[in-house]
Design a binder for this molecule. Sequence first.
Ligand code: COA
Length: 161
Amino acid sequence: MQRTAIYPGSFDPVTNGHIDIITRASKIFDKVVVGVLENGAKHPAFTFQERVNMLKVAVAGIPNVDIKSFSGLLVDFVKQEDSSVIIKGMRAVSDFEYEFQMALLNRKLAPDIETIFLATSDKYCFLSSSIVRDIAKHGGSLEDLVPDELIETICEKLGKS
Ligand code: COA
C-alpha cells in the first residue's frame, strides 16, 4: 500500500524551512502532497496561483511530491487524497501550543488521521513566511532563506520599487 502524507500550509511564500520539511518527509513516505490553503482567514501577499507556482519551482527536483490546493477542512482534504497522515514542522516551543491544539482538534474531527511533527532543522528555526516578506519589503537579502530560483520573483513583487 502506498503511504501518502499531507503537508498543509499557506506558503506565503514558501521558505527553505518548508522545503527542508518537504524533502525529509519525501524520504519517509512514498508520496507527499503539499496542500496549499486556497481561502484561509489570512490575507496572503501572494495570490493563490503565485504561491502554487513558487512551490512547483521549489520542489521540481523531488519526484514524489505533488502540489495541490484545498479549501475547507484539512481533514477532508487528507481523506480525499487517501491519506491518514498530516506532516507539520515544529520550529520551537512557541509553535507547540498552537500545533498541539490543531493536532488534537484534527484528531477529534477525524480519529484515524495522525499528525506527525518533524523538528525543523536548527538553521531554519527563526524562519517564517512573514519574516521573508518583511526582509524583501525592506530590500534585504533573501539568500539561504528561500530557494535561489524564487528570490527574484519574491523581490519583484514585494521589494522596494
Ligand atoms: N519553516 C519555516 N516556516 C514555517 C515552518 C517551517 N518548517 N512551518 C511553519 N512555518 C511558518 C509559516 O510560514 C507561517 O509563517 P507566517 O505566520 O509568518 O506566515 C507560520 O509558520 C504558520 O505556519 P502554519 O502553521 O503552516 O500555518 P499556515 O497558515 O501556513 O497553515 C493550515 C495553516 C493550513 C495548516 C491550517 O490553517 C488549516 O488546516 N486550515 C484548514 C481549515 C481547518 O481544517 N481548520 C481546522 C484545523 S484544526
